[in-house]
Design a protein around this ligand. Structure first.
Ligand SMILES: Cc1ncc(COP(=O)(O)O)c(C=O)c1O
Length: 361
């Protein structure tokens, strides 16, 4: 980040990045105030905002020319609201796979200059995963962002061990202090052996001597990125070649790829579209089904699609509508999220199963 940090004042270990989100959202967002973020979003944001007694003010990301984009006027308008007090930024972005460009970040940073009371939480858990040679830009290093930004990172994401729950926050002392107060109240300290393990591995993750690939030395983090990027390429191509009418969207980074399933409606058995009580006895013991609806009360197409895929075709995907606040006017239902953060054989098995689906129709 190009900063000389005081580890006692400007760095805080957190119980995963999610623990960091909890502590900084609660530390920075007062009851009744608004947190501005892009929608769709990592759904845990909503619970932390609720617990803080705050409100979400979302700005939609929309698809334009196969890319997720935002309208700068919408964002400026959100920042202008009298209760706006925290901006939560995430790049590479979950679930869309969008990697914000440096120009987009500069634009946002310039806007924030007009609202000096707004503090920023920058969720950078996928910082090591921008694809296609793109560089990761730390939001805190853009423009005047340093003094207003806390950046969150995740050892679980970096080392593919999310269950370890070791994260860390970096930022100016007055902001770190506020998160630290909540940390002390909520979990006080966490998983010390995990912290030592992650700390000892951090330098190694980025040192070039992990492996030789085609005569080139690569680091562990590059090796993971190369795997996920080649999974992205493989999945994108396989979905395009499939008789099922999937349309993968371009994924610029992170753990996930989004596909457009809007032309798959006719394949989904009616009951998945009509009821949340969709499981048949042959699907095994009933699971609790999350009764998510579109603002007009319908079951979202993507949810029906994912239930059908999981129950009858053995492939688990996430409905993109799950990444919106329930009832949000921005909710979309045409997209599903697929994981590329896996070893290749699992993805190949999923593709083989998807090929069978078309054959059955
Ligand atoms: C955008 C985003 N932020 C934070 C987290 C939580 O990270 P951790 O596993 O370190 O708690 C996730 C995990 O899915 C995520 O996707």
């Amino acid at each position: 980040m190009g900063q000389k940090l005081d580890p006692m004042k400007e760095v805080l270990g957190t119980l995963g990045a999610n623990g960091g989100l909890h502590c900084f959202i609660n530390g920075l967002l007062n009851p009744g105030k608004e947190l501005v973020t892009f929608e769709p979003m990592f759904p845990m944001y909503l619970d932390h905002i609720d617990l803080a007694g705050g409100r979400l003010r979302s700005v939609p990301l929309n698809i334009k020319d196969n890319k997720w984009t935002f309208n700068p006027d919408d964002l400026y308008n959100a920042f202008s609201q009298p209760d706006a007090s925290v901006f939560l930024f995430n790049s590479p972005h979950n679930p869309t796979g969008k990697v914000f460009t440096k120009q987009e970040m500069e634009l946002i940073s310039d806007m924030l200059d007009d609202f000096p009371h707004i503090k920023v939480i920058s969720d950078e858990v996928y910082s090591f995963l921008p694809f296609d040679g793109a560089e990761h830009h730390y939001f805190a290093t853009i423009g005047n962002n340093w003094e207003r930004t806390v950046s969150l990172f995740s050892g679980g994401k970096l080392f593919n061990c999310t269950g370890w729950k070791v994260g860390w926050a970096i930022g100016p002392q007055p902001l770190i202090h506020l998160g630290a107060i909540v940390t002390s109240a909520v979990y006080y300290c966490f998983n010390h052996p995990g912290q030592v393990g992650v700390a000892n591995s951090l330098d190694k993750a980025f040192s070039k001597d992990f492996k030789e690939v085609n005569g080139k030395s690569v680091s562990y983090s590059e090796d993971v990125k190369n795997l996920f990027e080649s999974n992205r390429n493989y999945l994108d191509k396989a979905l395009r070649e499939m008789p099922l009418p999937f349309k993968p969207l371009h994924c610029e980074g992170g753990y996930f790829l989004i596909a457009d399933i809007s032309e798959c409606r006719h394949l989904i058995p009616e009951r998945y579209l009509k009821t949340h009580d969709y499981q048949l006895p042959e699907h095994g013991p009933k699971t609790n089904s999350y009764p998510l609806n579109m603002p007009d009360g319908r079951i979202p197409l993507d949810l029906a699609f994912c239930r059908w895929m999981a129950c009858e075709n053995g492939v688990v995907m996430m409905p993109n509508s799950f990444f919106y606040k329930p009832g949000s006017p921005h909710t979309t239902e045409n997209y599903v999220r697929m994981a590329i953060c896996k070893e290749r054989p699992g993805i190949e098995t999923a593709i083989e199963r998807l090929k069978l689906v078309k054959n059955n129709h």
